[in-house]
Design a protein around this ligand. Structure first.
Ligand code: RIB
Ligand code: CA
Length: 311
């Protein structure tokens, strides 16, 4: 199998952690780097959390290059009420042997993009600040990115506010820069992520794998389950694992090629992803907006990847 070279930009974060553990076992991916960004919790936590997750997943061969500790503009947002003050629910993680690298995330994204001559893919499961800085510093970057998969936004509702999803709300200016960049972009918003959920029974099946990785992911999923009720979803929405599985196996999903823009000025709507997919569809399409998933096949593939830790 030809492995695809990817960099994962993330803000771990409990669902980022689950997405990373799944990615570590995906035979399709050659993970070149992880580039943490401030998001769910400050960078002082998301960066070392990436090291801890690599240690838990047995992948300390993958280097970690920290990025931005704040959004391009505006106040820093966080979601510690969901992820815990440390970003990983205070879960007893292994002590990493690897250390954070000095090179900045955006410089690594450019370096790898150039070196791979257009074959590099990006998977972003946090605020898009690192990618926006890379675009500002290296305007030719879009020529060298084969595909960008983003967990963010949504056509119909928000979670950070009634209008905005957290990753976009945390840095709307960065998101607008990324969506206008011309990089081939797939956007996995709340519409599909809430459909890509795990039921209580499926979380119990996961827990039954009996590994430390499965126990961690089951605990993360139960935390997500506790947040599912207000949204009326019948299970734990797998936000970042959904985007990761889209990057790995897009045929499990349904997407529409359409225009998406980011509201930056609204009093009630700042950070909302606005799309013409359900209206006049007259604007120049710029993303593949992922709207639906074959949930049984999604669950089978996600659990199969996480079961790999059992040997
Ligand atoms: O809205 C969900 C997204 O925000 C996920 O990426 C979660 O980790 C948080 O970053
Ligand atoms: Ca995230």
């Amino acid at each position: 199998m030809n492995k695809r070279s990817v960099i994962i930009d993330c803000d771990p974060g409990i669902d980022d952690a689950m997405a990373l553990l799944a990615a570590f076992r995906a035979p399709e991916l050659d993970i070149k780097a992880i580039t943490p960004v401030a998001g769910n919790v400050p960078l002082v936590h998301t960066a070392p959390n990436a090291l801890k997750i690599l240690a838990l997943g047995g992948r300390e061969d993958i280097p970690v290059y920290p990025g931005a500790d704040r959004p391009l503009t505006g106040q820093a947002r966080e979601a510690s009420e969901v992820h815990g003050a440390d970003g990983l629910m205070g879960w007893p993680m292994p002590e990493p042997r690897s250390v954070l690298r000095d090179e900045k995330a955006w410089d690594v994204i450019w370096r790898e993009a150039k070196a791979l001559g257009g074959e590099l893919e990006l998977i972003a499961t946090g605020p898009l600040t690192n990618l926006a800085i890379a675009l500002a510093k290296y305007p030719d970057l879009p020529k060298y990115i084969k595909k960008l998969t983003v967990m963010g936004g949504g056509a119909c509702f928000g979670n950070a506010t009634p209008a905005a999803e957290f990753n976009i709300y945390a840095d709307p200016e960065a998101a607008e820069m990324v969506f206008r960049s011309g990089m081939p972009t797939a956007l996995c918003g709340l519409d599909v992520c809430h459909r890509a959920h795990l039921t209580e029974n499926e979380v119990e099946e996961l827990e039954g794998f009996g590994t430390v990785q499965a126990a961690f992911c089951a605990a993360l999923s139960r935390q997500e389950l506790s947040w599912a009720v207000p949204y009326g979803t019948p299970g734990a929405p797998m936000h970042d694992p959904c985007a990761m599985l889209y990057a790995i196996a897009p045929t499990l999903f349904t997407a529409v090629h359409c225009w998406v823009g980011v509201e930056r000025a609204g009093v009630h709507t700042r950070g909302k992803t606005v799309t013409d997919a359900f209206s006049d569809a007259k604007r120049p399409p710029n993303v593949d907006l992922v709207l639906d998933v074959d949930r049984p096949r999604f669950v089978r593939r996600l659990l199969a990847l996480l079961r790999e830790y059992g040997g």
